[in-house]
Design a protein around this ligand. Structure first.
Ligand SMILES: [Zn+2]
Length: 403
């Protein structure tokens, strides 16, 4: 038997539910274009008399959208709150869905569909509220921000934030509506990864002194990276908000060699680092680069001048951290009527550090649960949609937080 909804539960608005259905129907998997959704949002806002600013990627197949819900955008260049979400979703390949992932399916107090929780639900509710935000703009100007490629490279948000700086728009604060069950999140770890290519010199294995064994040098470097990880686990000040309370490094992939009787010329491996907010990535990266260039390369080149160690950085997302008593955090918690900061930290990465580092105080708070994200039958509950709407309702009546 299904549990009845509590009688005091507030139902979501029809406008919000319809908008969620609409946005789920755009299959905006990160590898594909998001223009269908972006152009729909642009046209919808245009009907409300709001002009959207689109910033495209190099291919022209994806775009960010930024729109200020005010009659005179000039007046709110240095104020207002950004409601921000990414438009892309993870794929559904190989997942066993019981309904069509890109058609919202309503059942038993839930809406199923790819992106309902992570995180078109939040974007849809914000869009549905645009008319009310517009009507209330005097007390609380709202900016809507929609990005691409959050699930992959974080390139979208970087372009969006750079564009804001260029246009002199300095909002008072930003809410990233990732699914946190409407709890305020003030920290997450950063992540940086590298592909390292070690080039030696090959030879018949009976002649090893004339060759440079790429696997053996890669192994030394990997052991050194492990040493950096061990040192951090011993010496770094603990950040108890995280399950693993210190920064970590690890090597995850390695390829090299062709046969046991051939000295390998090439070895390629991937490693990553996940840092706590107190330790910048560079402090972890530099010793590794120095060890390669000062310790290993001279030995390699003494035998083979063509020997080389190359590092290619892939993802580079800083850790996110804002004071738990920062004005934007206290303000958001008050509006969400939650005193429960919990640990205030999450294990997933968000676009928050990109806004935060651009001088826009940012908190992560949105409807739905990360437990449902990226999975088959992803869903958001109607309760969470309603909770987000209540949050927006209090938001338009509030005064902006201080800086
Ligand atoms: Zn997300």
């Amino acid at each position: 038997m299904n549990k009845p909804l509590p009688t005091d539960a507030i139902a979501p608005s029809t406008a919000a539910l319809e908008m969620i259905d609409r946005l789920i129907a755009f299959p905006t998997v990160s590898r594909d274009s998001n223009l269908g959704l972006i152009e729909y949002a642009r046209d919808y806002l245009a009907h409300l008399g709001v002009r959207s600013h689109l910033v495209y990627d190099v291919s022209g197949r994806k775009a960010n959208l930024f729109a200020t819900l005010a009659d005179e955008p000039e007046a709110v260049r240095t104020g207002g709150i950004v409601l921000s979400g990414h438009t892309d979703t993870v794929p559904v390949d190989g997942q066993d869905w019981s309904s069509h992932p890109f058609r919202a399916h309503h059942a038993q107090g839930r809406i199923h569909g790819r992106g309902t929780a992570d995180m078109k639900g939040f974007i849809a509710i914000a869009l549905a509220w645009a008319p009310r935000f517009l009507a209330a703009q005097g007390s609380m100007p709202i900016h809507l921000s929609m990005t691409y490629d959050e699930e992959t490279t974080f390139l979208g948000v970087r372009g969006l934030v750079a564009d804001l700086a260029e246009r002199g728009i300095r909002p008072t604060g930003c809410i990233i509506g990732e699914p946190t069950d409407m709890q305020a999140i003030v920290a997450h770890k950063g992540k940086r990864d590298f592909c390292c290519k070690v080039r030696g010199r090959e030879a018949h294995s009976s002649l090893t002194p004339t060759a440079v064994n790429a696997i053996e040098y890669a192994a030394q470097l990997i052991a050194y990276i492990r040493g950096v990880a061990d040192r951090l686990s011993r010496e770094e000040p603990r950040d108890a908000r995280f399950t693993v309370p210190h920064s970590t490094l690890q090597t995850g992939v390695i390829h090299g060699g062709i046969a046991s009787n051939v000295v390998p010329r090439d070895c390629v491996f991937d490693f990553e680092m996940r840092n706590i907010p107190a330790t910048p990535h560079d402090a972890m990266t530099q010793p590794i680069l120095d060890y390669a260039s000062r310790e290993l390369l001279p030995k390699m080149r003494a035998v083979a001048s063509e020997a080389d160690i190359a590092f290619e950085m892939g993802l580079d997302l800083p850790a996110f951290g804002i004071e738990a008593d920062a004005p934007v955090v206290r303000w958001a918690m008050e509006l969400a009527q939650t005193s429960r900061l919990g640990t205030g930290a999450v294990s997933f990465a968000t676009e928050a550090p990109v806004f935060q580092r651009a001088g826009i105080p940012t908190v992560v708070m949105g409807p739905g649960s990360i437990d449902q994200a990226h999975k088959p039958d992803e869903f958001i509950t109607l309760d969470q949609v309603a909770a987000c709407e209540q949050f927006f309702g209090r938001l338009i009546e509030s005064r902006p937080p201080g800086r």
